[in-house]
Ligand binder design. Structure first.
Ligand SMILES: Cc1cc2nc3c(=O)[nH]c(=O)nc-3n(C[C@H](O)[C@H](O)[C@H](O)COP(=O)(O)OP(=O)(O)OC[C@H]3O[C@@H](n4cnc5c(N)ncnc54)[C@H](O)[C@@H]3O)c2cc1C
Length: 412
């Protein structure tokens, strides 16, 4: 029997994982990976600020999927078969140890994405994967029992099984290939972005960070807590990135124009606030309100919030009236900021949108429209929050697709 021809389009995290898994599962197959650029694993190289946040130390699939604004439900089954713990073991078996940071993010102990790139390339070489760069696939179609691919070089390639792992569909070529097989493409919009604000009084404080705020977009019913960073344009930091991901499509529809409410000290409710005010009156009565921050807020931010609340610069804690205290509490608990735009986070960004998930069998990553066509990675309408969740989706779907392509008889 001639060797089975398994072809993978896309030399990113998902494509490599699928190609290695397929070649290791079925050594007699001829596994070819086609990458259009001259270098493979480009995003892995730049990921995590050059450190590559490989996955997240959360080993319960049901909890893990809460970090995916889109695709979480579909990933539960796949994660029961290949989850973060399996990623750690996979890399360990190939000589790469991962470490966990305090917030759960996992990186190679080398703190260098080159370790991950080298590991994947070596594993592909050992498994006999043929990696071809500078090979852009222009068209792919089914001709009888096989797939026929046309490359930009005009070369034609035949495949018995095909995987599309072309990444986020902001670059349309992969989406076009999928659409050519009858798949629906959920239109791409950015996820994981920072907010631009029309609030110069705040952006003048660029560089200020606050440990634990609550931000809310009431019209979208969305609320997040966590660290916040004031930038020259607006707001960034973990709480903003999470909120941007959860509301990605709605915010896009609103052209990134909506009011954002910030509670600068969410741990403090009205009763606690009254106690704090009493305490300041006793301990700092002679000092100016603007000079004694509450809730460990940065001094400049506090001074600005006091001014915005309408409490004058000469008011001392001992002289703060009940009305002024209420004004202060209102400002602290509900600062309304006008969001007027967005900019992509430089550390990590992904696309929301891609191949419609109901058209894919998540036991095998096989198309429900075209037998022996598979999908993996960001081309699917799956995206996660920052923290290693996007790579884990690529490893998991790539692994499942690779297994199914290599061993169709043992697909489930
Ligand atoms: C700056 C940055 C940092 C990031 N850091 C992290 C991180 O630390 N942790 C994390 O979990 N996620 C991170 N992400 C997200 C993560 O990189 C992606 O989710 C992940 O790379 C998706 O993998 P993929 O294989 O699906 O797609 P990609 O990595 O995008 O790979 C797809 C490949 O397909 C190729 N291709 C496309 N069309 C064709 C065609 N027609 N023919 C041939 N080849 C084609 C592309 O050139 C590309 O190489 C980061 C993203 C960015 C942009």
């Amino acid at each position: 029997m001639p060797p089975r021809r398994l072809v993978i389009i896309g030399g990113g995290a998902a494509g490599f994982f699928a190609a290695i898994t397929a070649a290791e599962t079925l050594p007699t197959a001829r596994v070819t990976l086609l990458e259009r650029s001259l270098q493979v694993l480009g995003k892995v190289r730049i990921s995590g600020g050059g450190r590559c946040n490989v996955t997240h130390a959360c080993f319960d699939p049901r909890e893990f999927v809460t970090h995916y604004p889109r695709g979480g439900a579909e990933l539960i089954g796949p994660l029961h078969r290949f989850q973060a713990r399996d990623t750690v073991a996979w890399f360990a078996a190939r000589g790469v140890t991962l470490k966990t940071e305090a917030d759960g993010r996992m990186f190679p102990v080398s703190d260098s994405s080159a370790t991950i790139v080298d590991c994947l390339m070596q594993a592909a070489r050992r498994a006999g994967v043929q990696v071809r760069t500078g090979c852009e696939v222009l068209t792919a179609r089914r001709v009888g029992e096989v797939f026929s691919l046309e490359l930009a070089t005009t070369e034609r390639i035949a495949a018995d099984d095909l995987l599309l792992a072309t990444g986020g569909c902001r670059v349309p070529s992969g989406a076009q290939l999928a659409a050519g097989f009858g798949h629906t493409i959920v239109p791409p919009v950015p996820s994981l972005f920072a907010f631009h604000l029309a609030a110069p009084w705040l952006t003048e404080l660029a560089g200020t960070s606050v440990g634990a705020v609550e931000i809310r977009v009431a019209a979208a019913g969305l609320c997040e807590r966590g660290p916040l960073l004031v930038t020259h344009w607006g707001l960034s930091g973990p709480a903003v990135l999470r909120l941007s991901a959860r509301g990605a499509r709605r915010f896009h529809d609103w052209k990134y124009q909506f009011p954002l409410l910030v509670n600068w000290w969410p741990a403090c409710d009205a009763a606690q606030f009254a106690i704090e005010i009493q305490s300041r009156r006793r301990t700092d009565g002679a000092r100016l309100v603007k000079n004694v921050p509450l809730g460990n807020l940065p001094a400049r931010l506090w001074e600005t919030l006091v001014q915005k609340s309408g409490v004058g610069p000469a008011v001392r804690w001992s002289a703060l009236t009940r009305t002024q205290a209420e004004q202060l509490r209102g400002q602290l608990a509900r600062t309304e900021l006008p969001v007027v735009g967005q900019s992509l986070n430089r550390e990590e960004f992904v696309t929301c949108g891609g191949v419609e998930l109901s058209e894919v069998d998540f036991a095998t990553m096989e198309s429900r429209r075209c037998p022996r066509l598979h999908f993996a990675g960001e081309l699917l309408n799956i995206d996660g929050l920052t923290g290693g969740f996007n790579f884990q989706a690529a490893w998991t779907t790539g692994w499942l697709a690779g297994r199914a392509m290599a061993a169709p008889e043992a697909r489930r």
